[in-house]
Design a protein around this ligand. Structure first.
Ligand code: LLP
Length: 453
């Protein structure tokens, strides 16, 4: 079930201390001389040199994932764009990788747009979405001439139109539709159901009214439809069902209006493997279900197949990333549990506290030993819920060891905070034996940068 890693109670069955972690580690991970290596770099040495907590990303894997998405979607239909959802992990370096790999960047705010443009991604390769873009964010997007703005409401359509007319441009716009599908995932990250703050519902003619308005407003070039049903989805039938609904709506748009639907954007949400028991679909399966689904449904309704857009975020970066921490206090409470406290926590990974997410962990400097101890990896922050992994197997941990937490490449750095005035960790890309800091560690000065007195 897709929710396993997010909300299940902690498993009580004994875990296999010899379990192979390679399916949740970055693809270039290996064990050499008892140490975990990624991208040809010794993680123990890197942790000692660059300090911890530290995010490490396997650049080869990020590129590989992007290529897989392009390959397995364009295999079925040539006109497909992979638009990386930058909220999963965002900095200038990732934008450059995404652009180099021929993919577009999806921005969820003016801040993300500023970073993508500063990274040198042409605006024609950038899209912007969000359920309540501010007037300033709309202006920034139109001014930059982004490829598409996904409009979520009539108010946004009016605002985009006003700015576009003022600037004398035609802004291509997609209309976000909630197809009324509730995928099997954590409630906080379901977005396709009718009761949602996102987009236009299909009932009561709301979405159709949105399309009509988009077509009549000056300055707006109605380009097509958008959906995003949720995140960390394992069951591909959710996409099939949503596609059926969306293509049926395309047919209605064709019947009721003179506005062609040139683009159909199916959003992101493809699930990844956090725990060893997780069984997400492959990118190949996802590509087939989505692209063939759209082609078949279009054929059934006698519609021209539109340009197809997909917006993976997590599936591009999650398994490429690990977080390294140094073990501090090891507190054994007899008969209860052992807490292993590390030099980070909910400030660099809020997901266990927010969604009950579970992660596999190992001691990077004992990577060749079995994970015989069941411990709770705790953060250093002033909250009991500040846990990275509850009752999880690791090699016998001692003060000074380096803990590696697997599959933290998505929604960890991007959701990090300065709670307790913790400085946010650096991000290091590793590839072919080279490590480069792409985001430096914050300093105490950074923490006071915005104080005005
Ligand atoms: N497109 C849209 C419109 C989205 O809202 C999102 C994610 C994506 C694409 C990418 O979804 P992905 O492929 O990464 O699942 N913080 C949560 C996830 C929130 C996702 C929000 N929207 C987490 O840590 O699980």
């Amino acid at each position: 079930m897709a929710t396993d890693n997010l909300s299940e109670p902690v498993p009580s069955e004994p875990v296999d201390p010899h379990a192979d972690l390679s399916s949740v580690l970055p693809m270039t991970a290996e064990t050499r001389d008892g140490h975990l290596w990624v991208g040809g770099v010794d993680m123990v040495e890197l942790a000692r040199e660059a300090g911890t907590a530290l995010y490490v990303m396997d650049e080869e894997q990020i590129r590989h994932q992007l290529r897989e998405f392009r390959k397995w979607t364009t295999f079925h239909w040539k006109d497909v764009e992979t638009v990386y959802a930058a909220k999963a992990f965002m900095c200038k370096a990732i934008c450059r990788v995404v652009h180099e790999e021929g993919c577009m960047v999806l921005c969820a705010s003016g801040g993300e747009l500023a970073i993508a443009l500063a990274a040198g991604v042409p605006a024609s390769r950038v899209q912007v979405h969000g359920n309540n873009k501010t007037p300033a964010e709309i202006r920034e997007a139109v001014l930059a001439r982004v490829d598409r703005i996904v409009a979520d409401s009539l108010l946004e359509l009016e605002r985009i139109s006003a700015v576009a007319v003022e600037l004398g441009v035609e802004q291509p716009v997609l209309l976000r539709v909630t197809p009324g599908i509730r995928p099997d995932t954590h409630g906080y990250i379901q977005t396709g159901q009718e009761d949602s703050k996102f987009g236009f519902g299909l009932n009561h003619g709301l979405a159709l009214a949105g399309v009509k308005r988009a077509c009549e407003l000056p300055g707006i070039d109605f380009a097509g439809l958008h959906m995003h049903i949720g995140s960390q989805i394992f069951a591909l039938q959710s996409y099939s069902k949503a596609i059926e609904v969306m293509v049926e709506f395309m047919a209605e748009v064709q019947r009721e209006t003179s506005c062609p639907v040139r683009d159909l954007d199916v959003g992101g949400g493809i699930g990844i493997k956090y725990g060893l028991a997780d069984e997400p679909s492959t990118i190949e399966q996802f590509g087939k279900v989505v692209v063939d689904g759209i082609k078949e449904e279009c054929e059934r309704h006698g519609l021209t197949v539109p340009r197809i857009l997909i917006e993976p975020g997590r599936a591009v970066v999650a398994n490429a990333g690990i977080t390294l921490y140094t073990v501090g206090v090891v507190k054994d409470i007899p008969g209860i549990r052992t807490y292993v406290a590390v030099d980070g926590g909910m400030t660099d990974n809020i997901r266990p506290a927010l969604y009950g997410a579970r992660y596999e962990c190992l001691v990077a400097n004992k990577a060749d030993q079995p994970r015989t101890e069941v411990v709770t990896i705790a953060g250093k922050h002033c909250e009991t819920g500040d846990l990275i992994a509850r009752d999880t197997p690791v090699q016998p941990p001692e003060t000074g060891d380096i803990i590696a937490v697997c599959a933290t490449g998505a929604y960890c750095h991007s959701m990090a905070s300065n709670y307790n005035k913790q400085v946010r960790p650096a991000v290091v890309f590793v590839r072919d034996g080279e490590a480069r800091v792409v985001v430096r560690r914050e300093t105490y000065d950074d923490l006071m940068r915005c104080d005005t007195e």
